[in-house]
Ligand binder design. Structure first.
Ligand SMILES: [Zn+2]
Length: 234
């Protein structure tokens, strides 16, 4: 029993000593390596770009030290995560432009031809002095609106031919061209039918007492009325 103890102690002490010494050696190697790196100008923290190539002075180090010291696998290239902060410039905003043919307020002088609008405004002012208010029920229309009205008229009157006595197709309609205006109420129709020629505005159709166009020179007699609209070009 007594013989067994000392050798065990020495062994364990020796092992401890050895390991301590080894650790010290490794530590000193580490320190030396980092100092050398600093001296050579390597930033051993992140970028270790040229260890492999120009590491000639430190190449004699045992592989153990290398493994524990700094990972030599670190590639010099920085992570390509540096993305331009705004890769795409903001697109110029495209505001949806209104279709010019559909943007008119149909119940105003908007979109009417300059001639008709000018004459109509004079007539409206004159009627007002007579105590009559002229209201625009339908002025400039889009082709789509005109087509819709025609489709409805065909349903109502039973045929295209009958419908076009009241509603012309878009390609023939003076409303789509801004050259016709429907007005109300009854009193205004009567006033404009009587006085419209002074301003060059005339009722055109027998069957539409509300429909007026600029058909004559201001002050001149209006042309004879037509019984109804006809689907043909003017
Ligand atoms: Zn009309």
């Amino acid at each position: 029993m007594t013989n067994d103890l000392p050798p065990r102690r020495t062994v364990s002490v020796r092992t401890r000593l050895l390991s301590v010494t080894g650790l010290a050696v490794v530590a000193s190697l580490l320190i030396w390596h980092s100092q050398l790196s600093d001296f050579l100008g390597f930033d051993s923290a992140d970028t270790e770009p040229v260890v492999a190539g120009s590491g000639a002075p430190g190449s004699t180090k045992p592989p153990v030290a290398k493994r524990t010291a700094t990972p030599p696998t670190a590639k010099p290239t920085k992570p390509p995560s540096t993305r331009p902060p705004s890769s795409k410039p903001p697109k110029p905003k495209k505001t949806p432009t209104k279709a010019p043919s559909t943007s008119y307020d149909e119940s105003s002088t908007e979109g009417l031809s300059k001639t008709l609008r000018t004459r109509l405004l004079k007539a409206i002012a004159a009627a007002k002095t007579d105590g009559v208010t002229i209201s625009i029920t339908s002025g400039r229309r889009s082709a789509a609106k005109q087509q819709k009205l025609l489709d409805e008229a065909i349903q109502k009157y039973g045929s295209y031919q009958a419908a076009t006595r009241w509603v012309l197709p878009p390609e023939y309609s003076a409303h789509v061209k801004g050259k016709a205006v429907d007005i109300g109420p009854q009193l205004a129709m009567q006033w404009l039918n009587r006085n419209g020629y002074r301003y060059g505005i005339c009722r055109r159709y027998d069957n539409e007492p509300w429909h007026f166009e600029a058909l004559t020179t201001p002050g001149k007699k209006c042309p004879p009325r037509e019984p109804h609209a006809v689907a043909k070009a003017d």
